[in-house]
Write a protein that binds this ligand. Sequence first.
Ligand code: WT7
Length: 632
Amino acid sequence: MSDRIHTLSGYFHEYQKSVTEPEKFWARIADSFHWKKRWDKVLEWDFEGPNVKWFLNAKLNITENILERHLYTLGDKPAIIWEPNDPEEEGRTLTYRQLYHEVCRFSNVLEKKDVKKGDKVIIYMPMVPEAAIAMLACARIGAVHSVVFAGFSSNALADRIDDSKAKVVLTSDGNFRGSKTIPVKRVVDEALKSTSSVETVIVYQRTQEEVSMEPGRDHWWHELSEGVEDTHTAVETDSEDMLYILYTSGSTGKPKGVVHTCGGYMVYTKYTFENVFQYSPGDVYWCTADIGWVTGHSYIVYGPLLAGATSIMFEGIPTYPDAGRFWAIVDKYKVNQFYTAPTAIRALQAYGTDPIEPYNLDSLKTLGSVGEPINEEAWHWYHTHVGKTRCPIVDTWWQTETGGIMVSPLAGITPTKPAYATLPLPGIQLAIMDPDGKELIGNSVEGNLCIKFPWPGMLRTTYGDHERCKQTYFAAYKGMYFTGDGVKRDHDGYYRILGRVDDVINVSGHRMGTAEVENAINEHPLVIESAVVGYPHQVKGQGIYAYVICDMKNRTEQNLVNEIKDTVNKIIGPIAKPDKIQIVPGLPKTRSGKIMRRILRKVAEGSLDNMGDTSTLLDPEVVDKIINGRVE
Ligand code: WT7
C-alpha cells in the first residue's frame, strides 16, 4: 500500500491534517508497515530535554519491512543494481529474494562472531552491495551500524571507533575510485593501533591487493560466509532502539554521533521517498551519494528498499572514464529518478554538453538535488540539458539530523522555482526566527530556520552526550529544533535555504566544522594559531580558506603550505584539505580576544573595499596586512 499524494490540493489537504492531528496522521502512515507488536501511543515529546519517542513500545524489525515483506510479491524484482567503477567490469543485480538471503547469511555470520543486539559495528567500505547487506544485517540482529565514509583518514576513523566503542569493523582490502585504488585495509590497521574496543575485523575482497591479516582478529568476508545458512529470524527491536549512529560535523571541534532509531526512521524514510520522488512500482531509481553520508542511508538503502523500489548503487565517480559516465548509466539502466548533488552538477557543467550528447536520457522522469543550495545557473543547466525541460527538479532540503527530506517539491506536483526547496513536507512545521527569538510570521521574511514540532525521522540524541544534543539543537530557541540554516520565505510562501549561519561550511555538499579544520591545522608543529572560513567556490559551493600564524623556521611559505595541507589530509581526509592557505602575521582579534571572522570571510571572498567597523580590534593594522597577502 502506498501513501502517495497525487495532486497539489491533495498535498495541502494532507499537510493540514498532519498539523491539526499529527498523531492520527502518522499512525495512518505507520499502519501500512509490518509491526511485530503495535504501539501503545504514537508520540511522546518535549523539546526541552529533549525527549522524543515515536510509536511507543511498538516492536518491529526494519529489515522484515524490506525483505520478508517483499519476498512473495517482489521476490524476482531487482532490489539493488550495482554498477562498478570500471564500466568494463560486469555489474551485479540482487533481487529482493537474493538480498533477503544475503542479508540473512551475513546476519548469521555476525552472530557467529558474537555480535549482539546493541553492539556497535563500524562499516568502512566501498560502494558495493555488501555495504548495504552489512547495514541491513546489523539492523536485522539489532546491532547498531555506524558507517564511516571510506575517504576519511585513519585518525578520523579511530575517533569514530573510540566514540562508538565499536566491537566490529567491516571493511575491504581496497577501493576502486576512478583510476585510483585506495588501500582501505591499511587505513583500518592504522586506526586500530590506537583504539582498543574492536575484537573482529571482516574484510570484503574487492581489489585483490595484498593486505596484512591479524590472526584471531581479521577474517575474510567470503571465508566466514562459506556454508553459512541463508535464512535467519529477525531479532525483535523496540521502536526506539538505536538503528544507527552517523557522525557529522558541527561548529565545535569534535564530530558528533547522530542517533536514529528504528520505528520512526522507517516510517519517515519510506513516506518521504515515495512522495518526493513520486516513485511508481517498476521505476528504476538512482541516488549517486555514498553510503557514508545520510543521503546514502535514507535514499539508497532504507527509503527505496522499504518502498520495494529498484535502487542503483554506483561504485565510481562522475568523471571516470569520462564526464559522460552518469548519463551512460542512466541510459544503461533506464533510470527514472536521478538524485545527485549541486557540486556534481557544477563539476559536469564545466565539461559543457558534449559528454551528454551521445545519450538520450529519455527514461528520466524526475531529477533531484541535495546537500547544499543549488545556484540558479546549475539548476537551469540540470533542467535543460539533463532533464530536457521535461523533468521536474526536486530540490530537497534536509540534514543528517532530520533523517529524511523536510522541505521539497513533490515531483510533478509542486510548482518549482529555481533554487527554492519550495514547501515543507506533511508533518513538518517550520518557523523562521529572528535573532531575538521572535518568530517571523507572514511572507517575505528572512531569518533562522527552526522546526516547532517533532517528526518521526528526527535524531533522538547525540551518542554518549545528550547534553550536547540539547545545546546544539534545542537551546538557541526555546521549545524548537534549530537547524543551523538561514532561510527566506518569499512572497509566495516558498522557502529558499540560504546556507549555514553557524561555523559550519559546506564543501561539495559535505559538512565541515571550521573548528575541526583548525584543530587539524594546529597539529602541525610550526603552527601557532589558525582561523578557517568558507568562501564561494565555483564547483564546490564553498571552499576552505585558512589563515595561519606560523613559526617559519627555515621553511619557505610554499613548503609550509604543502605540509599543512598534508597534515589536514592525515588528520581528517582529503575532503577537508584547505583550498587556500595564507600565512599571516596576526589575526584580527577584538580586545576580548575573539577573532572577527566577518573580516576574514570578506577577505576570503574578495570583497575588500568595506571592512565595516574595525574600531574594536586590538590591532587594526593587521587587517591591511591580511588584505595585502590575500591568496587569489
Ligand atoms: C546541511 C546538512 C541532507 C543530506 C546531505 C547533507 C545543507 C542540504 C540542502 C538544500 C540548501 C542544503 C544545509 C543543511 N543542505 N540540502 N537542498 N538546499 N542547503 O547533509 O551533511 O547533514 O548537511 O546541508 O546547510 O543544514 P548534512
